[in-house]
Design a protein around this ligand. Structure first.
Ligand SMILES: *Cc1c(COP(=O)(O)O)cnc(C)c1O
Length: 438
């Protein structure tokens, strides 16, 4: 099919996620056919820098030879077998490797429960926490505490602990009740836990950075303080590392930076290097042991998805973790983070239409000054970036940069230069003369 035929068929048969379809076909979105490293090519052969790691997943770049080879080798063995009643080498090896790199400290994550996306990994953590208390006979612990502006996925359970009204409030009648607290407010959280802590099963949060909220950064020490309050009031702590995991914030997991080990931790996005859908919920032995008993005691965790722990996905994930070691991905990140900081400061910050730049590791949010909602300015910036050869995504009027950790210095310069020009062009401001552009 030609590009025009593909576009016509897309318009006729598809419904895209998080997309207002009215007006969609007028935008001629690129139809991506191929990728390599940090570059994507569309069906017309036009190249784009992948400035958002294909939605925060592609850690080591596209078509990484080691991950390609691992997936191909697994295809030659078996593509899928079930984890219900059976096991397979990839699931076992990956679980060991994941636990070996998981945050360590005053407790230890020792068990891996697979699923296939971030929303389900969080649903599983919520259900585990809920059932764990029920088994212990503390039936009154049914509630979940979550943060304002939190995002934990789009399934009903994860939406129930979601704090972004634009996405979530519409569904309120379908959701279970939770207690919403303000991110960063330690005293407020303590008040809530002092009053109703004994009805709370768990607190769920994104550690350090609330990604989908538009890259909200928590104050230093907040994560640690939440951990301590959870312990003080006997509440389980679930950390959602779906966005922050696998090097995004500069360390393998964000929790490490404040010496925090949650009771349950969910991972997804970067887990397979962006190759295949796979997620995992990590648990401490204390949680796991709570579910043990004779069958007829019905302590079994009755939950599992058909593609749970898919062997192809596990092979991609093992290879992804191997590349972290082989290429010292985290070590190589430090100079890139410095460069990124300098580039943002020199080119993006001086733009009159930029209000604030928020960054932690390779998670960047560039907040624009106020524009009318109908101007869809964040969206306009991404269209302008696309014309200039980069794929970026907005969260409202926050422009997100989340490049692959493997991005080279020159590519990083080009990404920031294109972003600068795109913001200037879309918002109608001048690029200061001192700024280098693409
Ligand atoms: C993306 C994301 C999710 C949802 O993951 P899916 O794979 O899209 O279901 C959950 N939590 C956080 C923090 C995320 O960024």
């Amino acid at each position: 099919m030609t590009t025009a035929e593909l576009r016509a068929a897309d318009r006729d048969v598809l419904w895209h996620p998080f997309t207002q379809q009215q007006g969609w076909s007028a935008e001629d979105a690129p139809i991506i056919e191929r990728g390599e490293g940090c570059t994507l090519w569309d069906t017309d052969g036009v190249a784009y820098l992948d400035g958002v790691s294909s939605l925060w997943c592609t850690v080591h770049g596209h078509r990484h030879p080691a991950i390609d080879a691992a997936v191909k080798a697994q295809v030659d063995r078996v593509a899928h077998s079930t984890m219900l009643g059976l096991s397979h080498p990839g699931a076992i090896e990956l679980a060991s490797r994941l636990l070996a790199v998981a945050p360590r400290g005053d407790r230890e994550l020792t068990r891996v429960f697979y699923s296939d996306n971030g929303s389900t990994a969080n649903e599983i953590a919520l259900k585990m926490a809920f059932q764990w208390w029920k088994i212990r006979g503390e039936e009154q612990r049914t509630k979940f505490v979550y943060l304002d502006m939190s995002y934990h996925g789009d399934t009903i359970g994860s939406v129930s602990v979601g704090g972004i009204d634009l996405f979530h409030s519409m569904f309120r009648p379908m959701l279970f009740d939770g207690i919403r607290v303000s991110p960063g407010d330690v005293d407020g959280l303590e008040r809530v836990l002092r009053e109703s802590g004994d009805t709370v099963a768990a607190l769920i949060m994104e550690p350090l950075v609330q990604g989908a909220a538009g890259m909200i950064m928590h104050p230093e020490g907040y994560l640690r303080a939440v951990r301590e309050l959870c312990d003080k009031y006997g509440v389980l702590m679930i950390c959602d590392e779906v966005a922050t995991g696998f090097g995004r914030t500069g360390t393998m997991f964000a929790c490490e930076q404040e010496g925090v080990v949650p009771d349950l931790m969910s991972v997804a996005k970067g887990l397979t290097g962006g190759y295949l859908p796979l997620a995992a919920t990590l648990a401490t032995e204390r949680i796991f042991a709570g579910f043990l008993g004779r069958f007829e005691e019905f302590r079994t965790f009755f939950h599992g998805h058909t593609y749970t722990g898919n062997p192809l996905a596990c092979a991609a994930a093992i290879a992804t973790l191997e590349v972290f070691e082989a290429e010292d991905t985290l070590g190589a990140l430090a100079p890139k983070l410095e460069l990124l900081e300098t580039l943002l400061e020199e080119s993006v910050a001086p733009l009159a239409s930029v209000r604030e730049i928020r960054r932690r590791g390779f998670m960047v949010g560039i907040e624009l000054v106020d524009f009318p909602v109908e101007a869809r300015m964040g969206h306009q910036v991404t269209l302008a970036a696309r014309e200039r050869g980069a794929i970026v995504r907005p969260l409202g009027d926050v422009i997100v940069l989340m490049p692959p950790l493997s991005i080279g210095a020159d590519e990083l310069r080009r990404l920031v230069a294109i972003t600068t020009e795109a913001i200037a062009a879309a918002t109608g401001v001048a690029v200061p003369e001192s700024v280098c552009t693409a």
